[in-house]
Ligand binder design. Structure first.
Ligand code: SF4
Length: 251
Protein backbone atom coordinates (compact mmCIF):
# COMPACT_ATOMS: atom_id res chain seq x y z
CA UNK A 1 0.00 0.00 0.00
CA UNK A 2 1.40 3.44 -0.89
CA UNK A 3 2.03 5.91 1.93
CA UNK A 4 -0.50 8.37 0.47
CA UNK A 5 -3.16 5.67 0.48
CA UNK A 6 -2.32 4.77 4.08
CA UNK A 7 -2.44 8.48 5.02
CA UNK A 8 -5.78 8.88 3.34
CA UNK A 9 -7.21 5.83 5.11
CA UNK A 10 -5.96 7.04 8.47
CA UNK A 11 -7.24 10.56 7.80
CA UNK A 12 -10.71 9.20 7.15
CA UNK A 13 -10.80 6.49 9.78
CA UNK A 14 -11.46 6.32 13.47
CA UNK A 15 -8.34 6.14 15.60
CA UNK A 16 -10.02 3.60 17.88
CA UNK A 17 -10.43 1.20 14.94
CA UNK A 18 -7.17 1.88 13.13
CA UNK A 19 -4.76 2.04 16.02
CA UNK A 20 -6.12 -0.55 18.48
CA UNK A 21 -3.54 -3.33 18.65
CA UNK A 22 -2.78 -4.87 22.01
CA UNK A 23 0.80 -5.92 22.66
CA UNK A 24 1.48 -9.50 23.78
CA UNK A 25 1.88 -8.38 27.40
CA UNK A 26 -1.21 -6.17 27.45
CA UNK A 27 -3.15 -8.17 30.09
CA UNK A 28 -0.18 -8.13 32.47
CA UNK A 29 0.36 -4.40 31.89
CA UNK A 30 -3.31 -3.65 32.53
CA UNK A 31 -3.23 -5.64 35.78
CA UNK A 32 -0.07 -3.78 36.83
CA UNK A 33 -1.71 -0.43 36.03
CA UNK A 34 -4.79 -1.27 38.10
CA UNK A 35 -2.65 -2.38 41.05
CA UNK A 36 -0.60 0.82 40.86
CA UNK A 37 -3.71 3.04 40.80
CA UNK A 38 -5.21 1.15 43.73
CA UNK A 39 -1.96 1.48 45.69
CA UNK A 40 -1.75 5.21 44.90
CA UNK A 41 -5.31 5.74 46.17
CA UNK A 42 -4.81 3.63 49.30
CA UNK A 43 -1.32 4.72 50.35
CA UNK A 44 -0.77 8.19 48.87
CA UNK A 45 -3.97 10.14 49.55
CA UNK A 46 -4.54 12.90 48.75
CA UNK A 47 -3.63 11.95 45.20
CA UNK A 48 -4.94 13.46 41.98
CA UNK A 49 -4.83 12.73 38.23
CA UNK A 50 -3.53 15.40 35.85
CA UNK A 51 -5.56 15.07 32.66
CA UNK A 52 -4.83 16.77 29.36
CA UNK A 53 -7.90 14.92 28.02
CA UNK A 54 -5.57 13.10 25.61
CA UNK A 55 -6.09 9.40 24.84
CA UNK A 56 -3.84 8.16 27.67
CA UNK A 57 -5.50 10.39 30.25
CA UNK A 58 -8.97 9.32 29.16
CA UNK A 59 -7.90 5.69 29.76
CA UNK A 60 -6.67 6.53 33.27
CA UNK A 61 -9.85 8.46 34.16
CA UNK A 62 -11.89 5.51 32.89
CA UNK A 63 -9.88 3.15 35.12
CA UNK A 64 -10.27 5.46 38.14
CA UNK A 65 -14.04 5.43 37.61
CA UNK A 66 -14.37 1.72 36.92
CA UNK A 67 -12.26 0.86 39.99
CA UNK A 68 -14.22 3.49 41.98
CA UNK A 69 -11.03 5.02 43.34
CA UNK A 70 -10.97 8.16 45.43
CA UNK A 71 -8.81 10.07 42.95
CA UNK A 72 -10.11 13.45 41.74
CA UNK A 73 -9.01 14.54 38.26
CA UNK A 74 -7.81 18.01 37.33
CA UNK A 75 -7.60 19.67 33.93
CA UNK A 76 -5.54 22.75 33.07
CA UNK A 77 -7.88 24.83 30.91
CA UNK A 78 -5.28 27.17 29.46
CA UNK A 79 -7.72 29.40 27.57
CA UNK A 80 -6.14 28.22 24.31
CA UNK A 81 -7.59 24.71 23.93
CA UNK A 82 -9.31 23.42 20.78
CA UNK A 83 -13.12 23.52 20.74
CA UNK A 84 -13.02 19.71 20.44
CA UNK A 85 -11.04 19.49 23.69
CA UNK A 86 -13.43 21.84 25.49
CA UNK A 87 -16.40 19.76 24.32
CA UNK A 88 -14.67 16.60 25.61
CA UNK A 89 -14.07 18.36 28.94
CA UNK A 90 -17.80 19.06 29.23
CA UNK A 91 -18.72 15.48 28.39
CA UNK A 92 -16.18 14.11 30.85
CA UNK A 93 -17.44 16.38 33.63
CA UNK A 94 -20.97 15.17 32.93
CA UNK A 95 -20.14 11.46 32.98
CA UNK A 96 -17.26 10.98 35.41
CA UNK A 97 -17.99 9.90 38.96
CA UNK A 98 -14.55 11.10 40.01
CA UNK A 99 -14.68 14.91 40.33
CA UNK A 100 -13.18 16.81 37.38
CA UNK A 101 -11.64 20.02 38.71
CA UNK A 102 -10.70 22.74 36.22
CA UNK A 103 -7.78 25.13 36.84
CA UNK A 104 -7.45 28.27 34.74
CA UNK A 105 -4.63 30.82 34.42
CA UNK A 106 -4.78 34.18 36.12
CA UNK A 107 -6.49 36.28 33.47
CA UNK A 108 -4.65 39.53 34.29
CA UNK A 109 -1.22 37.89 33.79
CA UNK A 110 -2.23 36.38 30.45
CA UNK A 111 -3.64 39.68 29.20
CA UNK A 112 -0.51 41.52 30.29
CA UNK A 113 1.69 38.97 28.49
CA UNK A 114 -0.30 39.31 25.24
CA UNK A 115 -0.39 43.11 25.52
CA UNK A 116 3.35 43.46 26.21
CA UNK A 117 4.80 40.64 24.12
CA UNK A 118 2.28 40.40 21.28
CA UNK A 119 -0.29 37.88 20.08
CA UNK A 120 2.36 35.80 18.26
CA UNK A 121 5.04 35.99 20.95
CA UNK A 122 5.10 32.22 21.46
CA UNK A 123 6.52 31.72 17.97
CA UNK A 124 9.27 34.33 18.40
CA UNK A 125 11.50 32.57 20.93
CA UNK A 126 11.61 29.54 23.21
CA UNK A 127 11.84 31.89 26.20
CA UNK A 128 8.59 33.65 25.29
CA UNK A 129 6.87 30.33 24.53
CA UNK A 130 7.96 29.02 27.94
CA UNK A 131 6.76 32.23 29.58
CA UNK A 132 3.32 31.56 28.10
CA UNK A 133 3.44 27.93 29.33
CA UNK A 134 4.49 29.28 32.72
CA UNK A 135 1.44 31.54 32.96
CA UNK A 136 -1.13 29.27 31.38
CA UNK A 137 0.08 25.88 32.64
CA UNK A 138 2.77 25.94 35.33
CA UNK A 139 1.13 28.43 37.69
CA UNK A 140 -2.25 26.62 37.57
CA UNK A 141 -0.39 23.29 37.96
CA UNK A 142 1.24 24.56 41.16
CA UNK A 143 -2.21 25.40 42.51
CA UNK A 144 -3.60 22.02 41.47
CA UNK A 145 -0.80 20.13 43.23
CA UNK A 146 -0.89 22.10 46.45
CA UNK A 147 -1.42 19.77 49.41
CA UNK A 148 -1.24 16.60 47.27
CA UNK A 149 1.00 13.69 48.20
CA UNK A 150 1.04 12.28 44.68
CA UNK A 151 -0.16 12.89 41.14
CA UNK A 152 -0.90 10.59 38.27
CA UNK A 153 0.04 11.27 34.66
CA UNK A 154 -0.37 9.56 31.29
CA UNK A 155 3.33 9.69 30.38
CA UNK A 156 4.55 6.71 28.32
CA UNK A 157 8.11 5.68 27.51
CA UNK A 158 7.25 5.40 23.82
CA UNK A 159 6.14 9.05 23.47
CA UNK A 160 9.59 10.57 22.90
CA UNK A 161 13.30 10.10 23.54
CA UNK A 162 13.01 12.44 26.51
CA UNK A 163 10.42 10.10 28.03
CA UNK A 164 12.17 6.79 27.27
CA UNK A 165 13.08 6.24 30.93
CA UNK A 166 9.75 7.23 32.48
CA UNK A 167 9.27 4.95 35.52
CA UNK A 168 5.97 3.63 36.90
CA UNK A 169 6.62 5.57 40.09
CA UNK A 170 8.85 8.63 40.12
CA UNK A 171 10.06 9.93 43.48
CA UNK A 172 12.56 12.42 42.02
CA UNK A 173 10.60 15.37 43.44
CA UNK A 174 9.79 13.77 46.77
CA UNK A 175 12.61 15.51 48.65
CA UNK A 176 12.12 18.98 47.16
CA UNK A 177 8.37 19.19 46.51
CA UNK A 178 7.22 16.36 48.77
CA UNK A 179 5.24 14.77 45.98
CA UNK A 180 5.44 11.45 44.13
CA UNK A 181 4.43 10.99 40.52
CA UNK A 182 2.77 7.83 39.19
CA UNK A 183 2.91 7.00 35.49
CA UNK A 184 0.70 3.89 35.33
CA UNK A 185 0.82 3.67 31.52
CA UNK A 186 4.61 4.07 31.35
CA UNK A 187 5.06 0.74 29.58
CA UNK A 188 1.93 0.80 27.40
CA UNK A 189 2.26 1.06 23.64
CA UNK A 190 0.10 3.41 21.56
CA UNK A 191 -1.68 0.28 20.31
CA UNK A 192 -2.39 -0.77 23.94
CA UNK A 193 -3.96 2.64 24.65
CA UNK A 194 -6.29 2.38 21.66
CA UNK A 195 -7.06 -1.28 22.36
CA UNK A 196 -8.30 -0.23 25.81
CA UNK A 197 -10.30 2.67 24.33
CA UNK A 198 -11.88 0.44 21.68
CA UNK A 199 -12.76 -2.45 23.99
CA UNK A 200 -14.16 -0.19 26.74
CA UNK A 201 -15.87 2.40 24.49
CA UNK A 202 -13.91 5.20 26.14
CA UNK A 203 -14.80 8.71 24.94
CA UNK A 204 -11.90 10.53 23.25
CA UNK A 205 -10.94 13.73 21.47
CA UNK A 206 -12.04 13.54 17.78
CA UNK A 207 -8.81 15.33 16.85
CA UNK A 208 -7.14 11.94 17.33
CA UNK A 209 -9.09 10.82 14.23
CA UNK A 210 -7.43 13.67 12.30
CA UNK A 211 -3.86 12.57 12.98
CA UNK A 212 -3.26 14.53 16.19
CA UNK A 213 -1.67 11.89 18.45
CA UNK A 214 -0.56 14.45 21.06
CA UNK A 215 -2.95 17.33 21.75
CA UNK A 216 -2.09 20.51 23.62
CA UNK A 217 -3.11 24.14 23.10
CA UNK A 218 -4.50 24.99 19.65
CA UNK A 219 -1.75 27.47 18.64
CA UNK A 220 0.94 24.92 19.55
CA UNK A 221 -0.45 21.69 18.11
CA UNK A 222 -0.72 20.48 14.52
CA UNK A 223 -1.49 17.17 12.85
CA UNK A 224 1.48 14.97 12.01
CA UNK A 225 2.30 13.22 8.75
CA UNK A 226 3.03 9.57 8.22
CA UNK A 227 6.47 8.70 9.60
CA UNK A 228 6.74 11.73 11.88
CA UNK A 229 7.52 11.31 15.57
CA UNK A 230 4.65 11.02 18.06
CA UNK A 231 5.17 14.54 19.46
CA UNK A 232 6.26 16.15 16.18
CA UNK A 233 3.04 18.19 16.11
CA UNK A 234 3.78 19.90 19.43
CA UNK A 235 5.81 23.17 19.22
CA UNK A 236 6.88 21.96 15.77
CA UNK A 237 8.92 25.10 15.09
CA UNK A 238 11.32 24.34 17.99
CA UNK A 239 14.22 21.92 18.51
CA UNK A 240 13.30 18.43 19.70
CA UNK A 241 15.14 18.99 23.00
CA UNK A 242 12.98 21.99 23.95
CA UNK A 243 9.66 20.23 23.47
CA UNK A 244 8.20 20.12 26.96
CA UNK A 245 6.04 22.76 28.58
CA UNK A 246 7.64 22.33 31.99
CA UNK A 247 5.02 20.03 33.52
CA UNK A 248 7.29 17.02 33.24
CA UNK A 249 10.74 18.54 32.94
CA UNK A 250 13.35 17.15 35.31
CA UNK A 251 15.46 19.83 36.94
S1 SF4 B 1 1.22 25.27 24.78
FE1 SF4 B 1 1.33 27.22 23.61
S2 SF4 B 1 -0.54 28.39 24.03
FE2 SF4 B 1 -0.37 26.68 25.54
S3 SF4 B 1 0.56 27.58 27.30
FE3 SF4 B 1 2.26 26.73 26.11
S4 SF4 B 1 2.92 28.35 24.68
FE4 SF4 B 1 0.95 28.99 25.57
Amino acid sequence: MTSSLISSRIAHGKASELLAKASAEFSAKLAQTKTLLQRAAAEYAPVTQASSLGAEDMVITHLINSLQLDIPVFVLETGALHTETLALLERTQAHSQAPIVVYRPEQASVMQFVRNKGQDAIYKSIELRKECCGLRKMAPLDRALQGQRAWITGLRQEQSNARADVPLQDDAELATKKISKFNPLAQWTWGDVWHYIATNAVDYNPLHDQFFPSIGCAPCTRAISLGEEFRAGRWWWEDEAAKECGLHVKK
